[in-house]
Design a protein around this ligand. Structure first.
Ligand code: PRX
Length: 653
């Protein structure tokens, strides 16, 4: 609410910040509005290192955008090589903590060498610009190295989160027409091995295009290596060292000179259908947006130790563990495992050990730590922290206050950052030295981002606090360029709902001070622990089970994960043990999609509420799980009696 408590940045923070005060923010925002795409041109010249300057800021033929056309650039060069010419050469680029307690530090020089070596391995295996690689790895430095080596050669990478199942890996590998998979034997999570190579073997049974699998050895457990197809990362790397000329070449493996619009990566995300969308990001615009936001939002300084806890398998990890921080010359921290292993203070121990100054995580993580009590963070010296961040879902004021008080000791501003896989970088968030904070609001859009709220007819909503659709009125450099292999879907979903505007799929309201309050998705996309998950994806997993006739899935509010998956299921004829089947179906979904998608609840019913045209009335189901009551108009129900027959079977893990 507009009158909720505000937190004004301290004069001390503001005096050292990149953007000092509201006037400076407003001036920058107005300048961007006035100058349109030309606002970005001097920023792109200054923030990025080009092999050849671009000719034009933007060629816009809606919905097709070409940013910085004519320019030649390489993302990996910007993340590594250019820093080697400065004092950053010996600065830590990557600090890594493994879950079992192993740790590694790479300076910019070390990381550059490791990336050049792996890029040489890729080149020697015959991979080149425009080829496509799936990367399915735990959170080890080699994941970042693989990403950067692909970028160095112009290989289009698609990182699949290590928590996804073999089935999810298969569909993504097929959709991308990938020829290469980079993986590991496994990774550590809560002391257990998450076996990745087994899932790769299973997925690749139906991916004939994949000709090579490179396996990094992390856990050392036994696995099958398919002759000709599978090679060990370390063996290939050792081979480079045995022949002197190749070693010299490896250390200097040149970054490819690529077009500004060269496809950098495809990242799959859930949409409203059962089929995930391959969101394509290209090079220069994406890099500019992520680099700039390191300064604008995280207020990055040369001596910061910056830690974003996201897995690189999600967009937050792409933009704010790898590309943004490294391009901006930061020290980025990466942790392999679970926040509660071996105990609930693992994160705070890492913060204290490495003197982390900027810490960026999700509301779900904060809420789960709130539950464990203040004694865990209080046992560690968190005085190095100066800025906190939140991403992925709305943060409730209670969690915000706890984060502010217990972790930030009422000293650290909290940047609540709203953005999406499709936006590439942060869109609405406070510039922390300028914008007073309100718990639960992502505050104001960044310069160059013309966010607005419209009603269902596309008319602008000007009254404060009236809910509507969040849209972005003009293109921005970090925007997705298309959906891989499906440009029509890209146009329909994002650029046809409101004329000349990008449709975010989120509902929001703006308060009397112009602050944005994000209210959640308006489509059939759920947000579980800050991860996007489509109701249709879970439904199609359920109907693959031999016992299931029909399924309808809705999100249910959840104290820790924000939303949880709730399934309504009708069964085929048979004598089913509902208790057992409920457990089995929840495991089934976890296996089909990934453990993070495991339903919280399965309810069995004789029939699902449907309209006369046969469409499932999810609205009613949502009401049932939210309030346990049904209100509103139910006259379109095909069989109203089904509502009273919905019964609950719910089992905890
Ligand atoms: O609903 C919004 C929510 O997460 C969605 C984007 O999910 P994804 O593409 O997976 O990217 C997550 C990380 C950027 C959005 O449509 N969301 C993201 N950040 C916030 C948020 N909701 C409220 N507040 C946020 N700060």
């Amino acid at each position: 609410m507009s009158d909720s408590q505000t937190y004004t940045p301290s004069p001390e923070f503001t005096s050292r910040a990149h953007v000092k005060g509201m006037d400076e923010y407003r001036e920058l925002y107005q300048q961007a509005l006035r100058e349109g795409e030309n606002f970005w041109a001097p920023l792109a010249e200054k923030e990025l290192t080009w092999f050849k300057p671009f000719a034009r800021a933007l060629e816009w033929d809606p919905p097709s955008a070409k940013w910085f056309s004519g320019g030649r650039i390489n993302a990996c060069y910007n993340c590594l090589d250019r820093h080697l010419l400065t004092e950053r050469r010996t600065k830590p680029a990557l600090i890594w903590e493994g879950e079992p307690g192993d740790s590694r530090v790479y300076t910019y020089e070390d990381l550059h060498l490791a990336v050049c070596r792996f890029a040489t391995v890729l080149k020697d295996l015959g991979f080149k610009s425009h080829d496509r690689a799936i990367i399915y790895m735990p959170m080890v430095p080699e994941l970042a190295i693989a990403v950067l080596a692909c970028a160095r050669l112009g290989i289009i990478h698609s990182v699949v989160f290590g928590g996804f199942s073999a089935e999810a890996l298969r569909t993504r590998t097929q959709d991308l027409n990938a020829e290469l998979v980079i993986t590991a034997d496994g990774g550590w999570r809560r002391g257990k091995e998450i076996r990745l190579k087994d899932a790769v073997d299973q997925a690749l049974e139906e991916c004939p295009l994949v000709r090579q699998v490179i396996v990094y050895q992390r856990t050392g457990s036994a696995l099958n290596m398919t002759p000709d197809r599978d090679v060990w990362w370390h063996e290939r790397d050792e081979r480079l060292s045995t022949s002197r000329p190749t070693e010299v070449a490896a250390e200097n493996c040149a970054a490819q000179d690529l077009d500004s619009e060269h496809p950098l990566f495809v990242l799959y995300t859930s949409g409203t259908t059962g089929k995930p969308k391959g969101i394509l990001h290209t090079t220069a615009g994406y890099l500019l947006q992520t680099t700039l936001s390191m300064r604008w939002v995280f207020d990055l300084r040369e001596d910061d130790i910056y830690w974003c806890t996201a897995d690189i398998g999600w967009v937050t990890g792409h933009s704010y563990v790898v590309y943004g921080p490294l391009s901006a010359g930061a020290t980025t921290v990466m942790y392999e495992g679970a926040p509660d292993f071996p105990a609930f203070d693992r994160w705070w121990q890492i913060v204290a050990k490495h003197k982390v100054s900027i810490f960026y995580t999700s509301p779900t993580a904060i809420r789960s730590l709130v539950r464990q009590g203040e004694q865990w963070p209080n046992a560690h010296d968190l005085s190095s922290l100066r800025l906190l961040g939140s991403v992925g879902e709305p943060i409730n004021p209670a969690a915000w206050e706890w984060y502010y008080r217990v972790i930030g000791k009422e000293r650290c501003p909290i940047v609540d950052t709203w953005w999406q896989t499709e936006t590439g970088g942060i869109m609405i968030a406070p510039m922390p030295g300028a914008i007073p904070l309100k718990p639960g609001s992502a505050t104001l859009p960044l310069p160059g981002i013309e966010a607005d709220i419209v009603d269902s007819r596309g008319e602008q909503i000007t009254q404060p606090n009236r809910e509507g659709f969040l849209i972005i009125r003009r293109p921005w450099p970090g925007m997705a360029r298309t959906i891989w292999g499906d440009p029509r879907r890209y146009e329909e979903q994002y650029w046809s709902r409101v004329p000349d505007a990008y449709f975010t799929g989120d509902a929001a309201r703006r308060d009397a001070d112009g602050y944005f309050w994000i209210l959640g998705r308006v489509d059939d996309v759920m947000n579980v622990s800050g991860h996007r998950l489509s109701t249709m994806e879970v439904e199609s997993a359920l109907v693959h089970h031999p016992a299931v006739a029909e399924a309808a899935v809705v999100a249910k509010p959840h104290d820790v994960t924000g939303q949880a998956v709730c399934c309504f299921v009708t069964l085929k004829a048979g004598d089913w043990d509902h208790g057992k089947l409920s457990t089995e179906l929840r495991q089934w979904v976890a296996r089909e999609i990934g453990p993070f998608a495991r339903p919280e609840e399965v309810r069995f019913t004789d029939a699902l509420p449907k309209t006369r045209s046969g469409k499932i009335m999810r609205r009613l189901l949502r009401e049932i799980v939210t309030t346990n009551a049904v209100t509103g108009d139910t006259t379109t129900l095909e069989d109203i009696t089904v509502l009273s027959r919905l019964s609950t079977v719910h089992e905890e893990d």
